[in-house]
Design a protein around this ligand. Sequence first.
Ligand code: ATP
Ligand code: MG
Length: 425
Amino acid sequence: MTTYPVDAFTAPKGTYDLTPPDSATFLAVREALAAPLRRSGYGYIETPGFEHVELFSRGVGESTDIVTKEMYTLTTKGGTELALRPEGTASVLRAALERNLHKAGNLPVKLWYSGSYYRYERPQAGRYRHFSQVGAEAIGAEDPALDAELIILAVDAYRSLGLRDFRLLLNSLGDKECRPAYREALQGFLRGLDLDEDTRRRIEINPLRVLDDKREAVRKELVSAPALRDHLCEACKAYHERVRQLLTAAGVVFEDDEKLVRGLDYYTRTTFEFIHDGLGSQSAVGGGGRYDGLSEMIGGPALPSVGWALGVDRTVLALRAEGVELELPAATDVYAVPLGEAARDVLFDLVTALRRAGVAADFAFGGKGLKNAMKSANRSGARFALVAGERDLAEGVVQLKDLASGHQTPVSLDAVVEELRARRG
Ligand code: ATP
Ligand code: MG
């Protein structure tokens, strides 16, 4: 006999189950984050939950936390090295290249996605090993309006949910013209600091990432680091200025943050992050940027692109922190309560007819008594109960009860679907 540790029957560390009623909020947030994209020319893309490890080690970057510490990797029985996807951009670009979407003659290719991502992190509030993102990528165009479009769409998504206490941090990371000189200047500065082994190694591989260090002691040392802003080439400066103008014209407030470099290696020029101040240390609710070099890094042609990913879990937490309750449509409009066997069959048919007519309806299953069934009706959130016993059926009616007012009226069986459809408004 196999014995299982008790843990086998609890959710793994760093994960949580989404169950009703909270799951309805989660789903609504996911839909709200995607809604602005869907009306802005972005098409839906879905890629596998796992990819070849090399896609991420090359596409996300060998020196990033994601690749060095956070990836869930596995070897298949056939010996293939796979990784559960830790982020969406590399996969989406891989899929676009593989399916030749960039050759269909309509650049930029604009795509959105929604799904689960996996990172082996130290779990804490707002930081999970399995989490959800809604993301967008615009592939194959270098145009400051495209960077601005994506940022505006993210802002509109947060606002549509009623979020207020979020801030947008904005920076430019330069490009292959100006970043190398800055990189050297930064390395020179960083080598002079008193830093630990790991960080010293990072200075040599990806010094910009050191600017992203969250530790207070390190941040203090970085105060006088050379600023990228002073090293941007004319083209990058002009590009960034355009993005800033377009955002301002759209009424989007942002903060210039020259220390914002973000975790991934592939970013160029525009980078941004959305911070929510009610979330403690896991304060980033979303982020993104331009990644002009990524396509070439994973074997494709030059395809300047820009994208973002918004964290669904943290957005839900942010709404909670602000006390925002979403107005969700009731899961059930009408709840049917049969009294007796003959009524069960008639009401069951009626529930089916209501559902087919677009009215959300549920039924008192399991042969409950009237009292219990009415309790279930109330708990379901339905506005109306349909109650019928033998006498009602003999008269060809059901009782339509308004659950808020308690008011009850008989409605003819033939008319009840139309009546409820109309009342639902
Ligand atoms: P952080 O700095 O908090 O680690 P990140 O820079 O690694 O975030 P991204 O890779 O930019 O995050 O992912 C975009 C968004 O996805 C984040 O802003 C965040 O809202 C969410 N996210 C990232 N990692 C996690 C996680 N482990 N648990 C929950 N949400 C996450
Ligand atoms: Mg991270």
